[in-house]
Design a protein around this ligand. Structure first.
Ligand code: F58
Length: 832
């Protein structure tokens, strides 16, 4: 019997069917049953997918058992639930992660190996639920993992996109998008809850009326009603019994009689209506910046927020709560502004649907919400044209106008004589076309506002949210991001985890400050040797995958220099390319030059409409084509673009990295979380003082981090005083040679046009100051080269990176949210 430390009794005692039994024998029996009764297969006829499904159901039984116990014990110690509202949750595959949380992974794998069962092939069968674009969505997934692990009662609320982030293929060096059909084989992790549905209105008009007490009221008469159906995925904490839910909403048409009610009419009209309704949750918008004016995107946001708030009110009622106590029982975290319309929706639900007065409703709303900002780029702050907004949500528009009127009165009282301030702080942008400013709505409607790294939180207060900080400083705090060591170390890097466990035990998985105990082993030559061996094995695994996916053979003993993240000009993948070309030029000039062999690995998706990002992908591939086939270069440089970077294949990438590229223009990357995943796995970072890099460097020590580049202040002042990339260009001969290589058509079969947009944008604008940072970047890369030549020194630095990264566990981040914002405490769940 593999028992959970917190179990008092055998789980089998509780669930008479035996499905909850956590022994290998129990699991085996349950697996056979699922294969037969759920999949309808004999073992002999079973496909890989049948085996995967049966195993997933077997594991899910364990989760459901714990979830039911968690719900049963929900009311204990007073009900207070964290609701994490996010338009994206980038979960990654569930099966292995759940086996780890249950504490049976190693034993399970061993048994499979002994029995000659190819379990890896079954794991590989699982499709990734790619319900997010990048950092923001993955952060939400890490936070769900930590919430459950810390035994906090919480719900994630989001959208069940039928098509998640597109799959990326590379054809002839270009990105090609393919629809992601993650549901095509069925999703064994979710439970449809057809009995948990809510109606969500769109369009129409409002109408004033007097209620039975003669009070002025408003009702909303929507033009269109859509039904939201709940789909639940259990999220189990690591080696605890707390199992929370991620509740995702799917849009469906309302039943036909309601169609009649709203006068939508004839049969064919109803069919069209059905299709239109279902469209709302069809597809994730694959942009990593907000889109203005995309009606469907705004509909998605309102749809999931309205369903979620109605669901919270329902749960509140079930537990017998009075409406006026709602904010004591629910705290609602807005993951960026995408769910910020919730502020107006909760007001509407309280006032229009529940007859509450404005003031108490506002008190509840403000106490319930908290807002996390994830970007400083002013162009990325979400705003919606008033016409679009008011057309879809006439009642919310009225509420926002009234909120704004009251808020601006306060602003004028607080800051008399500051004529410009009310316009700057208004919920409505009135310069030219009028917009609703979602960040302002979130700030006004929340009791807490936070950024995601120290630098980011400081810059928020000084720049985009300065006026709000001046008016309500007590709301602001920093919550530096974190990532879960379960997925990103235990699951992704079993070799390293075992090595660590052998030295310091395995408590570090939930107490990562324990990793500091590794520091003393950094000076132990045999430990370094083992550490190096693990890294090499991880690089060999990645090399195999690269060969399989790209046909490119890479040398695992070369320095693996990796940049994986969304492709964006501010992240400066093209600065990395400029360095590669500089090395290439040096080799071409002097083929006997002594350079440390390197493999440059890129990965990441470009938003389908982002011209420059797609050109950068093509540039990486074209440079790779030339460099990888040039006999002068052979054995020294390789360039790989790894297609379709996602959570699933990230598993092999982070642990195989020597050098992590975190080279965004200072002041642009709110935090970054890939930077943390790499460094935890013993990669050294080359990076700017941006986002969480600043804190990573503080933790691991300046001597274990390759720093370069302008600071955020220098970037800002250079902008103010006029930045002229051509001047930098004229004074740097190596930069000229690099740019010349590109513009001559050397990497594009003699075609000088292909990369002209990239080159011209650098020469004449260089918004992200690649040229300004080019020299210092190359210098830092020289130091990398020197350090890697000394394997003992490098490995020492690598060990110290892992040892000192404990701060960046998402458990630490969630503890801070719980203590400072959510005011919640752990409630352990027992299985008896
Ligand atoms: C990211 N934002 C930040 N947005 O860029 C990154 O620095 C940070 O570490 C991370 O959030 C977590 O805090 C991000 O990923 C999106 O993908 C949005 C998707 C929807 C449209 C707007 C951008």
């Amino acid at each position: 019997m593999v028992s959970n430390p917190k179990d008092k009794e055998s789980a089998a005692d509780v669930c008479p069917g035996g499905r909850s039994e956590l022994s290998l024998e129990g699991l085996r029996r349950n697996f056979r049953e699922h294969l037969f009764y759920t999949q309808g297969r004999f073992p002999r006829g079973a496909t890989k997918n049948d085996l995967y499904m049966a195993l997933a159901y077997t594991v899910r039984d364990q989760l459901l058992h714990r979830w039911i116990k968690s719900v049963e014990q929900m009311g204990r110690a007073g009900l207070r639930i964290v609701s994490y509202l996010s338009a994206e949750f980038l979960l990654g595959p569930h099966l292995e992660n759940n086996l780890i949380s249950l504490g049976i992974y190693d034993e399970f794998r061993k048994t499979c190996d002994v029995e000659g069962f190819d379990i890896q092939a079954i794991f590989d069968q699982e499709d990734e639920p790619g319900l997010g674009n990048g950092g923001l969505g993955r952060l939400a997934a890490c936070y769900l993992d930590s919430l459950a692990t810390l035994e906090i009662r919480a719900m994630g609320y989001g959208i069940r996109y039928e098509f998640g982030i597109f799959d990326q293929e590379i054809r002839d060096g270009w990105q090609v998008e393919r629809t992601d059909e993650w549901l095509h084989n069925g999703n064994p992790w979710e439970l449809a809850r057809p009995e948990i549905t809510f109606q969500v209105g769109f369009g129409g008009r409002t109408e004033p009326y007097e209620d039975e007490h003669g009070r002025y009221r408003v009702r909303w008469l929507p033009h269109r009603i859509v039904k939201g159906v709940a789909y639940d995925t259990p999220i189990l904490g690591y080696r605890v019994n707390t199992c929370n839910l991620l509740r995702l909403w799917k849009a469906e048409a309302v039943e036909s009689f309601e169609l009649e009610d709203f006068n939508v009419g004839d049969y064919y009209g109803a069919v069209e209506q059905k299709v239109a309704s279902e469209n709302i949750t069809k597809v994730l918008y694959p942009n990593d910046e907000p889109l203005q004016g995309k009606q469907l995107r705004l509909e998605q946001q309102y749809f999931f927020v309205s369903c979620s708030l109605q669901d919270m009110l329902r749960i509140h009622r079930i537990f017998g709560g009075e409406l006026k106590h709602f904010a004591e029982h629910f705290v609602i975290q807005l993951n960026d502004t995408h769910p910020a319309i919730g502020v107006a929706e909760l007001m509407r639900l309280l006032i229009d649907e529940n007859g509450m007065d404005w003031e108490p409703a506002w008190e509840i709303t403000r106490s319930a919400f908290a807002y996390t900002n994830h970007t400083l780029l002013p162009e990325a702050l979400e705003k919606w044209p008033i016409d679009l907004f008011a057309g879809l949500f006439p009642r919310h528009m009225e509420i926002i106008f009234e909120l704004n009127r009251r808020f601006l009165d306060e602003v004028r009282t607080r800051f008399p004589g500051e004529g410009e301030r009310p316009a700057r702080m208004s919920l409505i942008d009135e310069h030219g076309e009028r917009y609703v400013r979602m960040a302002h709505l979130a700030c006004v409607g929340s009791h807490a506002i936070n950024g995601v790294a120290e630098l980011h939180s400081r810059l928020l207060k000084e720049t985009v949210l300065r006026d709000f900080y001046e008016m309500m400083p007590e709301k602001f705090s920093n919550k530096t991001n974190g990532v879960t060591p379960r997925r990103f170390m235990v699951l992704s890097n079993p070799g390293l985890s075992q090595l660590i466990n052998g030295k310091i035990g395995d408590a570090w998985v939930v107490k990562p400050e324990d990793l500091r105990q590794l520091e003393k082993f950094a000076d132990d030559a045999s430990f370094r040797e083992e550490w190096h061996r693990v890294k090499l094995a991880n690089k060999q695994n990645l090399a195999r995958l690269i060969l399989e996916r790209t046909g490119i053979e890479v040398d695992p003993s070369s320095l693996f220099d990796i940049q994986v993240k969304r492709i964006h000009e501010y992240k400066r993948q093209h600065l990395n390319v400029l360095h590669i070309i500089a090395l290439y030029n040096r080799i071409k000039k002097d083929p006997s030059i002594d350079l440390c062999p390197r493999t440059f690995i890129f990965g990441g998706k470009a938003a389908p409409g982002y011209f420059m990002a797609k050109r950068i992908i093509k540039l990486v591939n074209c440079v790779g084509d030339v460099v990888n086939h040039d006999p002068d270069v052979a054995g020294r440089l390789k360039v790989v673009f790894f297609p379709d970077f996602n959570v699933k294949n990230a598993k092999l990438i982070y642990p195989a990295c020597d050098l992590s590229e975190q080279i965004s223009t200072a002041g642009k990357e709110a935090s970054g979380t890939g930077n943390m995943k790499f460094s935890m796995n013993g990669a050294l970072t080359i990076g700017t003082l941006d986002g969480a890099n600043v804190e990573i460097r503080e933790e691991v020590g300046a001597e274990n981090f390759f720093l370069f580049g302008l600071t955020a202040e220098e970037v800002a002042s250079l902008h103010r005083n006029g930045y002229h990339p051509l001047e930098v260009y004229r004074t740097n001969a190596e930069l000229q040679e690099v740019v010349e290589r590109i513009s001559s058509g050397h990497f594009s079969n003699g075609d000088p046009e292909l990369f002209r947009p990239v080159v011209d944008s650098l020469l004449f604008h260089d918004t992200f100051m690649l040229f300004a940072d080019f020299g210092p970047y190359l210098e830092a890369q020289r130091q990398v080269d020197a350090a890697y030549r000394d394997p003992e020194r490098w490995t020492r630095m690598s060990i110290l990176n892992t040892a000192r990264m404990g701060k960046f566990s998402s458990d630490r981040a969630i503890r801070e949210y719980c203590r400072d914002i959510w005011k919640v405490k752990p409630v352990p769940v027992t299985l008896d």
